[in-house]
Design a protein around this ligand. Structure first.
Ligand code: ADP
Ligand code: ADP
Ligand code: ZN
Length: 214
């Protein structure tokens, strides 16, 4: 059985970067609600009685997309996965409860870094429009500016990676998501990792934590 890994932490902590490495090294699926929602930004959710009619309207404001939408996406993704790294979910206590009904977990990793570092990482983040690969203009630059090293696609800045929306996302994290950490603190596989190190140094600890708990 491949490991079932949950990775938690604020926007910019490096969850996506480390999840990509985990997916390759442990042959698990990277299940990420952010990417799934970005691929469905225009989906009509008006029947769910939500404030806005599409996920994109919440995302561009830095607010959480309604639980019913996200819970259904995760349930479907996990049901088909032989081992996974789950990134971006749960983001509040109700989602954590929903997740408990869907699967058990082998490892719960928590990454963190100081707030100003998070802001610098997110405002400098660039992502490949074609393959989703992740870069940073200063901390992890592509070989040629604006061009993906992996597939040659265009690098773009996410609409919610502006400073104003980043600050809003960090405050949503503090309010809704941080309380979720306490729900996992007693889990046998719970490991806190300092995300304020180079990506390679973080990876050494991430990989070791997964080896220790599977
Ligand atoms: P998250 O998924 O937690 O929001 P990402 O993995 O997308 O975070 O990382 C946010 C930005 O910071 C990206 O531009 C990424 O290249 C960069 N980054 C990731 N890890 C580090 C690190 N350890 N040090 C410096 N920059 C990093
Ligand atoms: P980050 O780089 O901040 O970790 P994500 O790509 O995970 O960003 O999320 C981007 C946006 O997608 C969030 O600001 C939110 O609007 C929406 N989103 C992602 N995951 C969830 C979730 N589990 N619940 C509600 N909204 C979500
Ligand atoms: Zn690419």
């Amino acid at each position: 059985m491949n490991p079932k890994i949950l990775i938690l932490g604020p926007p910019g902590a490096g969850k996506g970067t480390q999840s990509d490495r985990l997916a390759t090294a442990f042959e698990v699926e990277h299940v990420t609600t952010g990417d799934a929602l970005r691929a469905n930004k225009g989906m009509d959710i008006s029947e769910m009685d939500t404030e806005y009619d599409t996920p994109g309207e919440y995302m561009d404001d830095g607010e959480l997309v309604p639980d019913a939408v996200v819970d259904a996406m995760v349930e479907e993704a996990l049901s088909g996965a032989d081992g996974f790294v789950l990134d971006g979910y749960p983001r509040n206590e109700d989602q954590a409860e929903a997740l408990q009904g869907m699967t058990d977990l082998d490892v719960v990793l928590v990454l963190d870094a100081p707030e100003e570092e998070l802001v610098d990482r997110l405002t400098g983040r660039r992502v490949c429009d074609d393959c989703g690969a992740n870069f940073h203009v200063e901390f992890s630059p592509p070989k040629a500016a604006g061009v993906c090293d992996q597939c040659g696609g265009d690098l773009i800045q996410r609409e919610d990676d502006t400073e104003e929306t980043v600050r809003e996302r960090l405050s949503v994290y503090a309010e809704d998501t941080e309380p979720v950490l306490a729900l996992y603190a007693d889990h046998d596989g719970y490991v806190e990792i300092d995300g304020d190190q180079s990506p390679d140094d973080v990876w050494d600890e991430v990989r070791q934590a997964v080896r220790d708990h599977t």
